[in-house]
Design a protein around this ligand. Structure first.
Ligand code: APR
Length: 275
């Protein structure tokens, strides 16, 4: 294992990689929302670590009896999964805001998030693909149409799509459910374009998301990791920021801002020198 380097040094290394890239994509996991009070799934304090992984056939159970699934969901909000309860009334933290600022300043082209908590959008990110869905949305399993939970009136069980009468479910991707085609296509599209992938708060063990960094590497892209713990991808990264995302990402944005000013200063001096 490489010797631990001071955070300021690796922040500088990471900033150089990102500033030298043309198409940066962030692959984000549960770790980014830990500082917003939402537990991760694995590792210390993880939901699955505490309660065990849920059954892998959640989607097949839903398809077998969607009416019961909905009746339970509507009758007793306590039946809401620990994850949904944990995401209620949570706010984005400095890590979410840092990614939104990187997007605004053109340093980040897209976010692929595995999180369903909607905190990227609440922090101002716009270029976001939610590979596992969004807790505030519903989706028709026939035509793929999406609806905001708060705007959708449930007047029959299971709810039906107003466009095609297909069955409507939460937009959150259940275990055993295929990733919706539009989301997968968007992830593959941005992954194929990237020359740098920023891995933030993901254990990188769940597929297909865990495949995107490998595809990026194979096409010559650089990987940069932000995670207090080592992951299976750490050794493949050009820089690893071993710190919580809420601490590391604002430092990274600050260093990128300084580098931009330094370059501007250099250019000004050069043009003054030519006069
Ligand atoms: N900042 C950055 N990373 C953190 C922080 C933090 N403050 N706290 C924890 N982490 C890291 C952990 O070290 C771990 O590597 O975040 C990672 C969280 O890993 P998981 O809990 O496995 O979450 P994720 O990678 O998003 O899981 C993928 O698995 O269960 C499914 O659908 C679920 O989307 C989820 C998918």
């Amino acid at each position: 294992m490489a010797e631990e380097q001071p955070l300021s040094k690796v922040v500088n290394d990471a900033a150089r990689v990102i500033a030298g890239s043309n198409y940066v994509v962030a692959l984000v996991g549960a770790g980014i929302s830990v500082e917003s009070g939402i537990p991760p799934f694995r590792g210390p304090g993880g939901l699955w670590t505490k309660h065990g992984e849920p059954p892998m056939d959640g989607y097949q159970r839903f398809l077998a009896d969607p009416a019961t699934w909905w009746a339970e969901r509507l009758a007793d909000s306590d039946s809401l999964s620990g994850l949904l309860q944990a995401t209620e009334s949570r706010k984005p933290n400095p890590a979410h805001h840092a990614l939104a600022e990187m997007e605004r300043t053109g340093l980040l082209q897209h976010v692929i998030t595995q999180n369903i908590d909607n905190l990227h959008q609440e922090a101002g990110s716009r270029a976001v693909t939610e590979i596992h869905g969004n807790r505030l949305k519903l989706r028709c399993i026939a035509c793929g149409a999406c609806f905001a939970v708060e705007e959708f009136r449930v007047d029959e069980i299971p709810p039906r799509c107003p466009h095609c009468r297909g069955i409507v479910k939460t937009d959150i991707v259940m275990f055993g459910e295929p990733i919706p085609a539009d989301a997968l296509q968007s992830c593959e599209y941005h992954t194929r374009l990237c020359d740098c992938m920023l891995l933030v708060g993901t254990s990188a063990v769940v597929y297909p998301a865990a495949e995107f960094p490998i595809i990026a590497l194979q096409q010559g892209a650089s990987l940069v990791e932000v995670n207090p713990m080592e992951t299976p991808l750490s050794e493949l990264c050009r820089a690893t920021l071993r710190a919580p995302a809420g601490e590391a990402l604002p430092l990274l944005v600050e260093r990128l801002r300084e580098m931009k000013n330094e370059r501007r200063e250099e250019r000004r001096e050069e043009s003054d020198g030519e006069r």
